[in-house]
Design a binder for this molecule. Sequence first.
Ligand SMILES: Nc1ncnc2c1ncn2[C@@H]1O[C@H](COP(=O)(O)OP(=O)(O)O)[C@@H](O)[C@H]1O
Ligand SMILES: [Mg+2]
Length: 449
Amino acid sequence: MSNQSGKKPLLLIIDDEVALTRSLQIALRDPGYEIAIAHTAEEGLASANALRPGVILLDLRLPDSDDLNPLERLLAMLPDSPVYMMSAHGDIKTAVDAVKRGAKDFVTKPFDIKALKTRLQGHLQVSESPGQGLVGNSPVMEKLRQELALIAKSPAKTVLLLGESGTGKTAAANEIHTLSALAGKPFVEVNCAALPEALLESELFGVEKGAFTGAHKSRSGLIEAANEGTLFLDEIGELSLAMQAKLLSFLESQRYRPVGSTDEKQANVRVIAATNRSLSDAVEEGNFRADLYYRLNVMPVKLPALSERADDIPLLLEHFSMSFSMTSDPVSFAPEVIETLTGYHWPGNIRELKNLVERLSVLYGGNEVTLAQLPDEYSEKLPENKVETLASQPAEPVGEITEHLANEEKRLILGALRESGGHKGNAAKRLNISRHALKRRLQKLGIQS
Ligand SMILES: Nc1ncnc2c1ncn2[C@@H]1O[C@H](COP(=O)(O)OP(=O)(O)O)[C@@H](O)[C@H]1O
Ligand SMILES: [Mg+2]
């Protein structure tokens, strides 16, 4: 996700032991990707910023910083690039801590090069680059694609992407950047939820030398790194009120002040913000500034939930099965599996679908997945509330049961539709059945939509 288009995926190794980085470089050499080396945390962060590596190997103990600080900054800068920690035997506790904070995994030195290689290769080969396009040809998707293209070409300085987690907000931000005139310029991604406020501020705006103990030299921030390009602020709803004020001021003037500096800097960036929360609710609750909300909301784009574009599911299944086939033969799906998955409600959206296909590829690569092999949660279930309601009813003569069930079903469905304001997708979710199942039932019960 974080590689710039056209480039080979990059592996960045950050370790102060020169001999070790050299032998890793030789051992991991591969025609499919490139390797970059850094020997200090500062150098590593600067390379990560400039090169946007697809995978990072990071030494747990670097001479110029606290153990987990470089990790946190890398995760904020490149939320989609997995970071593997390299640790010595005595450091297991800290390494486990690192994984809790978001590192992908850790390897203890000295490590099994072959195992490490296989692991990294998987990432580098399936790592995506922006501009490969969004998959889907449902009407909803076509409309979204047009919308993104128009926005990309427009002079809009701020764009707001809304949608549940896993619907493709990050992918859409990449798409906007790639389709825009800024395509050859930096695309810098920051996850606002990943860092505490103070770190986020210095990460975004940079730091002036001497601003606080430990700020031995000035450091430029991510806004500067994104200059002339796109800055993608993910999970903007998690920004503190103080940071919201600073961001608003930057959006209005394109000027900002590095931490501890008296001088303003200028940067020309398009800001794409994304959130899975309702910002208008956050405004009402007093957690989000109304003025920033209005500023961001000039150009909102709503990413549809996957269940709202179920027509695309067969295509997405095929797309991901092909993309995971680099490490194994592609899986295929029995027709009833495709049907079942098309009707599933996908609370985790495309991310969930992708993860499922990855899991099935590992288990059944080269074969056709049958309904029985599908994890239980993907087959249709009766809604629990319905089971309860029925269980509490007194027994009835058999002849009346069918009618009673039909009435009960109708009552539940109408209730769910009413509670979700007539929205079928949401009603289906409330009932814990698929949209297709809801449609079928509506027809059967003769309920007009
Ligand atoms: N239309 C699409 N076609 C193919 N893959 C997609 C599409 N939308 C999202 N994805 C993939 O699904 C996963 C989740 O998307 P992401 O953009 O990270 O969602 P969000 O940012 O909304 O949580 C990513 O791996 C992304 O590449
Ligand atoms: Mg995202």
